[in-house]
Design a protein around this ligand. Structure first.
Ligand SMILES: [Zn+2]
Length: 154
């Protein structure tokens, strides 16, 4: 086994521990790891399929205040509306709610505290995390990676 194969196997093993196969199988749109790698850039793949986090203030969508809909980059499902976007000052696009039924969540224990991970309900692509310090009416802050989204102006 060469180094490249070894790294690939390690990554596959890590992913399996992050998202149980039973959860993956439940998604309407499924792609093999090779298919995801082929359709996404390295940075997109790392965030969307390995639950990475883009650098704060790196996404142009953070300061995008145009009216429109944000779609999942993995499957084009409309997931968030500009109507629910606010400036959290964190450097990541932030919303106080998703579009109805557009996202799924799960506990994320990657750090010592448990956070709520949020992903596209149709293809499972990682979008970001949900925190309880958002504005009314929900009090939630969906802290998203702009790299996981495609914006379409209304
Ligand atoms: Zn999706």
């Amino acid at each position: 086994m060469d180094r490249r194969m070894f790294l690939g196997a390690s990554l596959a093993g890590a992913a399996a521990s992050v998202i149980p196969s039973s959860v993956l199988a439940a998604f309407e749109i499924t792609r093999t790891d090779a298919e995801w790698r082929a359709m996404l850039s390295r940075a997109e793949y790392k965030v969307m399929r390995r639950e990475g986090t883009e650098r704060a203030f790196s996404s142009p969508l953070d300061k995008n205040w145009a009216a429109g809909i944000y779609h999942c980059k993995g499957c084009d499902l409309p997931v968030y509306s500009s109507q629910h976007k606010f400036d959290s000052g964190t450097g990541w696009p932030s919303f106080w709610q998703s579009l109805p039924g557009a996202v799924g969540t799960k506990p994320d224990r990657q750090l010592l505290r448990v956070r709520t991970e949020v992903h596209c309900r149709r293809c499972g692509s990682h979008l970001g995390h949900i925190f309880d310090d958002g504005p009314q009416p929900t009090g939630k802050r969906h802290c998203l990676n702009g790299i996981s989204l495609v914006f379409r102006a209304a």
